[in-house]
Design a protein around this ligand. Structure first.
Ligand SMILES: NC(=O)c1ccc[n+]([C@@H]2O[C@H](COP(=O)([O-])OP(=O)(O)OC[C@H]3O[C@@H](n4cnc5c(N)ncnc54)[C@H](OP(=O)(O)O)[C@@H]3O)[C@@H](O)[C@H]2O)c1
Length: 451
C-alpha cells in the first residue's frame, strides 16, 4: 500500500486536470496549485485551488507544508518545463516525499539535446537535490495523433520519413487513471527514482492511415502552425525513440525482444550482463534467446534471492526461473544465475541511514552477520570469471562473493558512532532500507544464505 497521504497537482491543463480528477476519485486529499490570474478551472468538489507564485519557492513551500503534501505532481505545459525548478526547490523546502515531474510523453532519460532534453535536466535537478521522483512515459496521447500527423489540415496522415517504426500511444484518460492508481497503491520503494513506462496502443505512423480511413502523404516538411515542431517529433520517432521502452543510451527499444536480439547479433554477443531494473529484463532474456547468446547474467548483485518469495527478491528469483524456462527447448542457451554479493560496501552509510544524523539506525537487534562487497570488487570479479572460467564453471551456477562480513551493530564501531535501535527508517527510500534490515535480521544478508 502506498503511504502517501496528500497530493498537490501543479497546473491543470490537458493532462493535469484529468490527473487531478482521477486522484480526487480515489478520495485522497489533493490540492491544485494554480497561477494567480489563470483561468478558472472546474475541479471536483473537495479539491482546493490554491493560487501561488510559481517563482517564489518559499511561498509555494508554505502552501505545501500547510496542506501536509507528500507528493507533488507537476503537469506544467511543455513551454514551462524549466519553470519546474522553483517548484522543485519548494518541494525540497517542504520535505515532500515524492515529485512527479511533467513528463507524460516519449522517453527522455539520457537526452542532452533536442526537444526533450529539458525534461531530462529536470530529472537531474531532482536527483541533485536528493528528492525521490517518478517519471511517467506514456508515448503520444492518442488524442494528439491528428495533431502529430497534421491530419487536422487536409485529412491525410502526413509523414516525414518512412513512418514504419512502432510508436507508443496512450489516451489521456488512461494516463490519468494510471498515475492516480500507482500513486495511491504502490509502495514508495516501487515509485522512488523509477521510470514507469506505459503503452495503451502501438502503431507505426503509416498504419494510422487505415485507422483514420485515409491515405499517407510523405512530405519533407509540415507547414501548418507548429509544423516544424511536429516534424522534429516525427524525426525523433523515426529512430525508434517513440516507443516507451526506448533506451536513449543504447538506442534500442528495451521492450522489443527482436530489436534487442538484432543488436546482440550485430555485435556477436556471447554473454549478456544485465544491470537494469529487475522488472524490465524479460525482453532482454527473450532477445538473448533469439540471438542464441551463450550466457545470461541477470541483474542480481545483492542478497541471495534463489527461492525467496518476497518483493524485489522474489522478482529476481522469477527472472531466474524464466531463464530456466526458456532453456527447456534449446540446450544451447545457458545461464549464470547471478552472482550474489550481499550489499555494496559503499551503500553501508545509506542502508543504515548513517547519512541522516550520523548514527547507525538498526531495526531489531542488528547482531546477524551481513556480507558486504565493494562495487569495484564486484566489477572485477565478474570481469575475471567471465574471461577466465570455462563455461562449465559458469552455466547454471550461483556464485557467492563476500568482501567483508559484519553485523550492523559492529559497523557502528568502524564508523566511530553509536547504534540507534528504531522500528522503521523514515528517510528517503526508508521503506526499502527497512525491508533490507528485515532480511538481514533473518540471516538473509549473508551471501551464503540458502532459502
Ligand atoms: N504525450 C503527448 O502527446 C503530450 C501532449 C501534450 C503534452 N504533453 C506533456 O504533458 C505535460 C503537460 O502538458 P499539457 O499540455 O497538459 O500542459 P498545458 O495544458 O499546456 O499547461 C498545463 C498548465 O501549465 C501551467 N503553466 C503554463 N505555463 C506556466 C508557467 N510559465 N509557469 C507555471 N505554470 C505554467 C498552466 O497552469 P495554470 O494556468 O492553471 O496555472 C497550465 O494549465 C508536458 O510535459 C507536455 O510535454 C504530452
Amino acid at each position: 500500500m502506498s503511504t502517501y497521504k496528500s497530493f498537490a497537482v501543479a497546473g491543470a491543463g490537458t493532462v493535469g486536470l484529468p490527473i487531478l480528477k482521477a486522484l480526487a476519485a480515489k478520495s485522497v486529499p489533493v490540492i491544485l496549485l494554480s497561477r494567480a490570474g489563470s483561468s478558472a478551472k472546474t475541479v471536483p468538489s473537495g479539491v482546493q485551488v490554491v493560487q501561488v507564485d510559481f517563482g517564489d519557492a518559499t511561498a509555494v513551500a508554505t502552501v505545501l507544508k500547510e496542506h501536509k503534501v507528500d507528493v507533488v505532481l507537476s503537469t506544467l505545459g511543455v513551454t514551462a518545463v524549466a519553470a519546474q525548478k522553483t517548484l522543485i526547490d519548494a518541494a525540497k523546502l517542504a520535505a515532500v516525499k515524492l515529485f512527479v515531474p511533467s513528463e507524460y510523453g516519449f522517453p527522455t532519460d539520457g537526452y542532452t539535446e533536442g526537444p526533450v532534453a529539458a525534461k531530462n535536466e529536470i530529472a537531474a535537478y531532482l536527483k541533485s537535490l536528493n528528492i525521490p521522483s517518478t517519471r511517467i512515459y506514456n508515448g503520444g496521447f492518442i488524442e494528439y495523433i491528428p495533431w502529430l500527423v497534421d491530419y487536422e489540415n487536409g485529412g491525410k496522415i502526413k509523414i516525414i520519413g518512412k513512418g514504419d517504426v512502432p510508436v507508443s500511444f496512450t489516451s489521456i484518460a488512461d494516463v490519468a487513471g494510471f498515475v492516480a492508481y500507482v500513486l495511491t497503491t504502490l509502495p514508495p520503494s516501487e515509485l522512488e527514482d523509477r521510470i514507469l513506462r506505459l503503452e495503451g496502443e502501438r502503431s507505426t505512423l503509416k498504419d494510422l492511415a487505415a485507422q483514420f480511413k485515409t491515405s499517407v502523404e510523405h512530405v519533407d516538411s509540415i507547414t501548418s502552425e507548429n509544423g516544424a515542431f511536429k516534424a522534429t517529433v516525427q524525426r525523433m520517432l523515426e529512430s525508434g525513440a517513440g516507443s516507451t521502452g526506448w533506451d536513449v543510451v543504447v538506442q534500442v527499444d528495451l521492450g522489443d525482444a527482436a530489436a534487442i536480439a538484432a543488436v546482440f547479433q550485430e555485435h556477436k554477443v556471447d554473454v549478456v550482463i544485465s544491470a537494469t531494473l529487475v522488472t524490465v529484463q524479460k525482453p532482454s532474456v527473450d532477445g538473448a534467446k533469439i540471438a542464441a547468446a551463450k550466457l545470461f547474467l541477470p541483474s542480481e548483485y545483492g542478497f541471495p534471492t534463489e527461492g525467496h518469495p518476497e518483493s524485489a527478491l522474489g522478482t529476481k528469483s522469477e527472472v531466474a526461473a524464466y531463464l530456466r524456462s526458456v532453456n527447456i527447448p534449446s540446450l544451447e542457451y545457458t545461464q549464470l544465475t547471478g552472482s550474489q554479493i550481499g550489499v555494496f560496501t559503499e551503500y553501508i552509510p545509506r542502508i543504515d541511514d548513517y547519512e541522516n544524523g550520523g548514527k547507525f539506525k538498526v531495526i531489531d537487534r542488528g547482531h546477524v552477520p551481513v556480507s558486504f562487497t565493494s562495487l569495484v570488487d564486484v566489477a572485477s570479479f565478474i570481469a575475471h570469471i567471465l574471461t577466465t572460467l570455462p563455461p562449465t564453471a559458469l552455466e547454471d551456477r550461483i556464485l557467492r562473493l563476500e568482501g567483508d562480513r559484519s553485523s550492523l551493530n559492529d559497523l557502528a564501531v568502524l564508523f566511530k558512532t553509536s547504534v540507534e535501535h528504531v522500528d522503521s527508517i523514515t528517510s528517503n527510500h526508508g521503506e526499502l532500507k527497512t525491508f533490507l534490515h528485515g532480511i538481514s535480521n533473518t540471516g538473509g544478508g549473508s551471501s551464503g544464505r540458502m532459502w
